[in-house]
Design a protein around this ligand. Structure first.
Ligand SMILES: [Zn+2]
Length: 216
């Protein structure tokens, strides 16, 4: 069952993506300083024989819009190789100079990011010397991190970001989680197309809902 428009909307083209992921078969899930690791382990236990164990998505923390080519399958929980590729893919070619990331395990994922990024595919056009990137943790999630993270990864203390709660990237799952039971039984092509459509709907609804706000 081929996808009708793979790599045209939100899901990355799985060909080059899985070629890159193949190089990291032994990589483990991103470590966490958070106390509920046991719960995470429980959630990722019964995953043998599955083509995808979930999906990751990059979205805008301010407007809560899914970013194009920022979605991809996960094979073994959230690993750095998956998140590095999807994050970079979602901002490739945008000409951004300053990026602040909101991620619930941002404190761990961002470690050695600059070393890893040099091994990303050239096609992702990551302009290393010209971009400033910081990783923070969403405000609600930050409370469950160890104390050493509280100030270092706080939106409240970050210049120009104090009024962003960073939780928009998490709220987006509320709209997509309901698709899991049906899409988990689909073949990959249909699943990607269906989830692309759901993200398009969420973005369209959000854009319409903004109404006149962007003009204020
Ligand atoms: Zn932390």
């Amino acid at each position: 069952e081929p996808a009708l428009g793979l790599g045209w909307a939100y899901f990355v083209n799985n060909g080059p993506y899985s070629d890159f992921i193949k190089e990291y078969v032994d990589e483990e899930e991103i470590g966490t300083c958070v106390g509920f690791q046991a719960l995470l382990n429980m959630l990722t236990k019964k995953l043998k024989g599955l083509r995808a164990t979930g999906m990751a998505a990059v979205s805008c923390a301010c407007h809560q819009l899914f970013r194009g080519l920022g979605l991809g399958d996960l094979q073994k929980g959230e690993r750095q190789c998956n998140m590095d590729y999807l994050f970079t893919s979602s901002i490739a070619g945008c000409g951004l100079k300053l990026v602040t990331i909101s991620y619930d395990v941002g404190c761990q994922w961002f470690k050695k990011f600059w070393d890893r990024v040099q091994h990303l595919p050239v096609a992702l056009e990551f302009s290393l010397p010209f971009m400033t990137i910081h990783s923070l943790v969403p405000k609600f999630h930050l409370q469950s991190h160890v104390e050493a993270c509280h100030s270092a990864f706080s939106f409240n203390f970050f210049r120009g970001r104090g009024r962003t709660d960073g939780e928009g990237v998490e709220r987006n799952w509320d709209g997509l989680n309901g698709q899991a039971p049906s899409t988990s039984e689909m073949l990959p092509g249909g699943r990607w197309d269906t989830l692309d459509d759901c993200c398009g709907w969420a973005n369209w609804r959000k854009t319409m809902g903004l109404g006149a706000y962007p003009l204020l």
